[in-house]
Design a binder for this molecule. Sequence first.
Ligand SMILES: Nc1ncnc2c1ncn2[C@@H]1O[C@H](COP(=O)(O)OP(=O)(O)O)[C@@H](O)[C@H]1O
Ligand SMILES: [Mg+2]
Length: 131
Amino acid sequence: MMRVGAQMMASLGRGDVVLLTGPLGAGKTTLVRGAVRAAGHQGGVRSPTFNLLQVFDTAPPILHADLYRLESWEGIGLEDYLADYVCFIEWAERAGGLLPANLAWHVSIEFRDSGRVVSINAPAGRELGKV
Ligand SMILES: Nc1ncnc2c1ncn2[C@@H]1O[C@H](COP(=O)(O)OP(=O)(O)O)[C@@H](O)[C@H]1O
Ligand SMILES: [Mg+2]
């Protein structure tokens, strides 16, 4: 999952929004951890479930949000980051209306058999390098 995050990062830049869906424990935070490390962050990357937003001064800068405890994205200041950060948003089911669906990257992780299946959908006109 960390490798998927790291390899996705090669295709992402400021203004990209990655909406992550999948059940608790699927690996959403782990994927973001891989992306944040690949962008140069050396320290830990914890789940932002309690502090809602985490910002990393990486290149490009990354915002990591987790909407698990919220009913929507509204009221936490997320929109202030959309233009200048790569924004990874967990529990993106609650990000409805944040931006048009075709402008976001969508990552869904499902448990299947004894493993996990990751589906990545690029925004209109974009494509993912080799993952
Ligand atoms: N592909 C994987 N195979 C095995 N364990 C994994 C995998 N991806 C994540 N994990 C582990 O599953 C647990 C939950 O992962 P996490 O990324 O926090 O899930 P989520 O953010 O979706 O709730 C962590 O202990 C993580 O190390
Ligand atoms: Mg998580």
